[in-house]
Design a protein around this ligand. Sequence first.
Ligand SMILES: Cc1cc2nc3c(=O)[nH]c(=O)nc-3n(C[C@H](O)[C@H](O)[C@H](O)COP(=O)(O)OP(=O)(O)OC[C@H]3O[C@@H](n4cnc5c(N)ncnc54)[C@H](O)[C@@H]3O)c2cc1C
Ligand code: SF4
Ligand code: SF4
Ligand code: SF4
Length: 347
Amino acid sequence: MPPPKIAEVIEYDVCAACGACEAVCPIGAVTVKKAAEIRDPNDLSLYEKGAGYLVCEGCLICSRICPVVDGFIENELANVRKFFAARSKDSAGSQDGGVTSGILKTLFNKGEIDCAVGVTRNEKWEPEVVLLTSAEDVERTRGTKYTSDPVVAALREAFEKYDRIAVVGVPCQVHSAKLIRDNVSEKIVLILGLLCMESFHQEAMLGKIIPEIMKVKIEDVTKMEFTKGKFWVYTSDGEVHTVPIKDVAKYARNPCHHCCDYTSVFADISIGSVGAPDGWNSVFIRTEIGEKYFDMVLDEMEIMEDPKPGLELVGKLIDTKRKNNAEYFAEICKKFTFETGIRNEVV
Ligand SMILES: Cc1cc2nc3c(=O)[nH]c(=O)nc-3n(C[C@H](O)[C@H](O)[C@H](O)COP(=O)(O)OP(=O)(O)OC[C@H]3O[C@@H](n4cnc5c(N)ncnc54)[C@H](O)[C@@H]3O)c2cc1C
Ligand code: SF4
Ligand code: SF4
Ligand code: SF4
């Protein structure tokens, strides 16, 4: 039996740790921490209750939902139906305009979803992936954590308990959520994608960048932000600390150096800050599903048509990410025994 394709993704250190293989493996053979690991049959202590004795039964479901196996899309903006800026009427505590939390809260209040996957944090900024089941729960997840967690793995539990699930994630997570919706479970009713240039392992962000490079105590941090060429850290005493992005970007996770999706091309609705004025979100409606759900929450949003700096800046950042990463991805692709790459097609 040949190993699943994800074994090569793991071997060449390009696993995005999205968590999808853990979510779908029928026998629980995969666990995702910093990267996916297929459990060792010689070390049964690693098995969780319910997992079989023979690891990897070769069903190859994981090969169908892995974003790295699937590859990237050449033109990220080709499926954008509408682009505008928006701000939630209830945005306090959010990273930018609160559109992400605003959509989830309104859909819970209207009874349109019964679960959403999100990321919360404690006072030390240690992140935790959580299943949200009410508008009140959404409050816990406001704000960007630039650390990475296998968000999609939480769908394993969500699929057992809930029928109408919303996923929020960065492009790699959104990509696998879309592949899961197409191939494994239609319980994912809405996919909200964040824009993302890179993310960091917890030790790099919380152990190196904040305390050593920024010289800031992590407990004092109220907000982090990458914008205008700098990494900004806001503290509870009202101070703002910055360093050039180039001084910290080198500590980004390895898979982020091959990633060629900046705007979550596989999302129903993509949401970012780039392209919109400060305090607003840039919003990209990409699918009919996205259109339908955004219409349901419209009353809770302020809308700005034709925002500045708009899609021109978004396009520049898409190009920057490609320029930095596409060559590296092409090199890795040569090593794979399967076909993948950057596809010239519309999602
Ligand atoms: C790692 C990372 C890098 C980003 N880089 C860019 C960028 O380069 N350019 C840009 O325009 N925008 C970027 N964003 C998106 C931006 O920071 C905001 O998340 C986005 O504008 C939505 O703002 P909001 O006010 O609607 O979010 P809020 O209402 O504050 O909601 C935040 C949502 O993000 C989710 N979330 C927080 N951290 C994570 C995480 N680590 N993984 C998955 N989900 C998470 C929460 O669960 C919550 O649903 C990035 C986000 C992340 C997580
Ligand atoms: S091939 Fe099937 S059994 Fe093996 S790790 Fe992938 S999903 Fe699990
Ligand atoms: S599905 Fe996600 S976690 Fe699993 S191997 Fe692929 S990138 Fe890694
Ligand atoms: S750059 Fe963002 S989307 Fe790409 S692998 Fe890293 S965290 Fe995932």
